[in-house]
Design a protein around this ligand. Structure first.
Ligand code: OGA
Ligand code: MN
Length: 292
């Protein structure tokens, strides 16, 4: 296989062509993709017209898949397989969600800078987002490079934050936009989990910040101090020089490394369908169990 990489951003994003994800891949092809993901943190693979089964089968080549936390909700009705996160604005009958629908309100939280599943004790390694229907305008996804953001911190700040442990919860990030409609069972299963604030990215050996809007406190630090530190780091990490904005084309598959990037959705006209489906590869261990 000849995987061709063409940088889309000077730091951390490339387009990857010369690979067909609808067909079974050789082990070397998977290894080549993982190496590209270690070098870049975001890969855009255009023209991958995947079925759900093909997306799941390919994603499983990269590791163990997560199931969606939406299943924690009593009475949850899924439009698609539990190994796919429904990132669309559609209901189980494929109709656009009403403006006040709880699922739409919850989904608005994706517009906050975040990394996937940092609110799970064992967070995500990779996310794979497939564009099945896109609006005519808007709905971009932005990514930020947390390894470059770490590199650009001054030594005093690096010394201050290395070794710190943040607490992440989906309840926290949703509360910041005023969304609090969670059932008791969900609240129980979404209690804060600890994650290192600074990690070493295993595949590249580079240090990286590990931030998300889910982070609401830092162990051993007064709350106002912790919140301000997290806000300052987020502001630093999302300067335009660290950010790539992806304008979707139908059948793009974008794969990103959740250990060293942030992302967020951008607004669009939510009366038109945007059908995006995500598979998520688990990292297998807590960030606390990995080398700092
Ligand atoms: C996600 C996500 C952003 C978007 O799928 O994890 O945050 O633009 N998506 O839909
Ligand atoms: Mn996300």
């Amino acid at each position: 296989m000849a995987l061709t990489l063409r940088p889309l951003h000077p730091l951390f994003v490339a387009a990857a062509t010369g690979i067909d994800l609808t067909a079974p891949l050789e082990a070397e092809a998977v290894a080549e993709l993982v190496a590209a993901l270690d070098r870049y943190a975001v890969l855009v693979l255009p023209g991958q017209d995947l079925t759900d089964a093909q997306q799941i089968a390919f994603s499983e080549r990269l590791g163990i898949l997560e199931t969606t936390v939406k299943a924690f909700r009593p009475g949850h009705k899924a439009r698609i397989d539990l190994h796919l996160s429904d990132v669309s604005n559609l209901d189980e009958r494929n109709q656009v969600l009403a403006a006040d629908d709880r699922r739409r309100m919850n989904g608005l939280g994706n517009r906050l800078w975040h990394t996937d599943s940092s609110f799970k004790a064992i967070p995500a390694r990779y996310s794979l987002l497939s564009a099945r229907a896109i609006p005519g305008a808007g709905g971009e996804t932005e990514f930020a490079d947390l390894r470059a953001a770490w590199d650009a911190l001054d030594p005093a700040m690096r010394g201050r934050i290395e070794g710190l442990v943040a607490e992440h919860s989906l309840l926290h990030s949703r509360a910041t936009i005023g969304f609090t409609d969670f059932a008791a069972e969900e609240r129980e299963r979404l209690q804060p989990v600890p994650q290192r604030l600074v990690r070493t990215h295993p595949g590249s050996g580079r240090k990286t910040l590990y931030l998300a809007s889910h982070a609401g406190s830092i162990r051993g630090m007064a709350l106002p101090e912790a919140r301000m530190l997290l806000l300052d780091l987020m502001e630093h990490a999302t300067q335009r020089r660290f950010v790539y904005s992806h304008t979707w084309r139908l059948h793009d598959l974008v794969i990103w490394d959740d250990r060293c990037t942030l992302h967020r959705a951008r607004p669009y006209d939510m009366t038109v369908p945007r059908d995006m489906r995500r598979t998520t590869v688990s990292d297998g261990v807590s960030s606390l169990e990995q080398a700092a």
